[in-house]
Design a protein around this ligand. Sequence first.
Ligand code: NAD
Ligand code: TDX
Length: 333
Amino acid sequence: MHSMLVTGGAGFIGANFVRLVNATRDEIKVTVLDKLTYAGNRANLAGLEGVEFVHGDIADATLVDELAQKNDVIVHFAAESHNDNSLEDPSPFIQTNLVGTFTLLEAARKHDVRFHHVSTDEVFGDLEIGADTKFTEATPYAPSSPYSASKAGSDHLVRAWVRSFGLRATISNCSNNYGPYQHIEKFIPRQITNIVDGRSPKLYGTGEQVRDWIHVDDHNRAVLDILDKGIIGETYNIGADQPDINNKQVIELICTLMGLDPADGYEHVNDRPGHDQRYAMDATKLKRELGWRPRFTDLRAGLEQTIAWYRDNEEWWRPAKDATEATYAQRGQ
Ligand code: NAD
Ligand code: TDX
């Protein structure tokens, strides 16, 4: 790997990935392609030397073709990523996650570029709360929301391009990420910034839903391992193998860590329609075949670090806060 195109590199996970590559892999020249939607932010890449930034759309075939020609690997993070937004308006999800991925695949095929597709545990649907089950790479796809259906469709496109055209591609499906630079529309940073602001944290419904939280750096180290050692055509599940923790427990932990009494620290708001109940990833294949291990194995310690980052970087999230909360308020959330 010498020249790497990172799509969505100005978003949460993509920017953390570019920072990781920049800090650890001198031999790789990174170019970021990002449309700078509401979720993308140039500031996420501030202070990085030697990273080229291209402002553009992954569905722009001419631009993508030009960039594919100049790079030997594409790492594809760009997506519309928020379930709640996909319930309001699915259209950008279809355009970016499906048409955008298709456009990249065509360019990668034409120029024989190694391709890694970043996907989600949500393609598998959900699991029963309290059960001892996990998603494996063999679990059938059963997405619930327009977001997860669009990601599932993009995974299918990647597999078809491998089988039909011999594209050198891999896929990873990861569980819920947390860490620095995550947009404040998402669960954990929304609650942290609400508390900093003196607003009450907002729990959807009863909060019994379970997510399989992983620190963004553990996700990104796994992506690098797959690029280095992964087998072409294979899919790898990524998850930190944490004990089940539900949203109510997470919000109460955040309240406690930020000095609020969890007993009256938050409010219940409208539930998400079609809300997935439980996600849990089995990452045995990634561990056994590629030797990956998560480093953040204690959610409490990871949350403390994340809370400190949002407290220290108020100027980063402040401009988006009022508009984000106004959108939620319209939905009774
Ligand atoms: P994000 O919403 O924070 O960032 C997405 C980035 O993509 C933004 O910078 C945005 O400007 C860019 N983008 C959107 N549409 C684009 C387009 N048409 N052309 C070019 N750039 C475009 O998302 P994230 O949370 O960083 O997620 C990154 C990837 O990881 C997504 O593919 C998502 O499905 C996947 N994923 C996320 C999680 C999670 O917990 N956040 C978990 C598993 C997988
Ligand atoms: O204010 C909130 N209150 C609340 O209770 C928000 C924003 C969310 N929730 C709940 C809904 C979910 O059960 O918290 C849980 C997490 O919600 P999100 O942060 O919106 O994440 P989720 O829908 O689980 O999807 C995330 O993980 C998988 C990412 O956004 C996806 O991009 C990724 O594919």
